[in-house]
Design a protein around this ligand. Sequence first.
Ligand code: NAP
Length: 338
Amino acid sequence: MIRAGVIGATGYTGFETVQLLARHPAVELAFVTARSDAGKRVSDLYPVPVDLVFQRLEEVRLADADVLFLALPHAAAADVAVEALAAGCRVIDLSADFRLRDADRYAAWYDHTHPAPHLLSEAVYGLTEWARDEVRHARLVANPGCYPTSILLALAPLLHAGLLQGATIIADSKSGVSGAGRQARIGSLFAEVSENLKPYSIGRRHRHVAEIEQELAALARMAAPAGFIFSPHLLPVTRGILSTIYVPLPESWSAAALRTLYQERYGGEPFVWLLHEGEHATLAHTVRTNRCAISLHSVPEQGQLIIVSTIDNLLKGAAGQAVQNMNVMFSIEETLGL
Ligand SMILES: NC(=O)c1ccc[n+]([C@@H]2O[C@H](COP(=O)([O-])OP(=O)(O)OC[C@H]3O[C@@H](n4cnc5c(N)ncnc54)[C@H](OP(=O)(O)O)[C@@H]3O)[C@@H](O)[C@H]2O)c1
């Protein structure tokens, strides 16, 4: 059995990870930690039959876990990662702390100095479908962000085929409210969110721009795309992300040829669902699953390709992909527990 610990287990992604691990046939939950709710039972907070008590981080022995899931805010996660690696654990960090490979870029986007820059070159960016070999051997996996997962999976086949050189990419994304975490904030209140659709940080202001641009460049076989514009929106649903992505239609590529490119890359992927021609990816295709659904829409008269991609932000965008990465790291069936 793999012994797993979850740090920050009372938050949305932490709790989602606990739920997945509690029913995972190859995992034994060694401990789950919390701050303000330490001492309470899991079932005191969430209506699920998980018979565990949240402990303080200081009370647990990190070495009792083979793998540690960090579901903490950025900056808090890095310090725990350092301790966990020293204790011999493998680490899957759901925060943004190890996603950017450059400490200066991290400081510029996250407004503070990176707490453990020496680990940045070691961390593996865990977009599982495109990084299996590296994830398998990793000590430290930077689990991708939710918006980046929906956008990168949608674009990766084009990038890998060298079809977006010099292109400007526009991603218009909508996220459910759980994307902001469980912390009380006025902007997440029901009365603020319901019956509205609200853009925020549009253009190039959202922190995920840095991560997406880094990975667009990494996935591009030849020259990277020239520009990336990102417009996130807050959607009045609890969970789910839908990204509508506009790219130039690759010259002399028919809709059928593009579909074949995606089918060849994703045909064997258990968690990527390429929809049939004429179908549109919706939140209902993916919410409460670890899937990413993708639909392709060519607009040849305007030289445009529109890709719609959806995920559950708490699963394929966080806990689900983290467990998928754990399965790869421990060489067990990738779909186990998912
Ligand atoms: N929500 C999403 O859709 C999503 C998707 C992908 C990645 N992520 C990333 O995953 C991480 C967790 O997100 P979340 O949405 O689950 O957040 P959350 O619901 O706000 O939960 C955060 C957890 O961390 C604990 N915590 C907060 N500050 C801490 C500190 N300084 N030291 C130790 N523990 C602390 C909280 O406990 P207390 O309440 O007791 O402080 C809580 O258990 C974040 O880095 C986030 O960016 C989130």
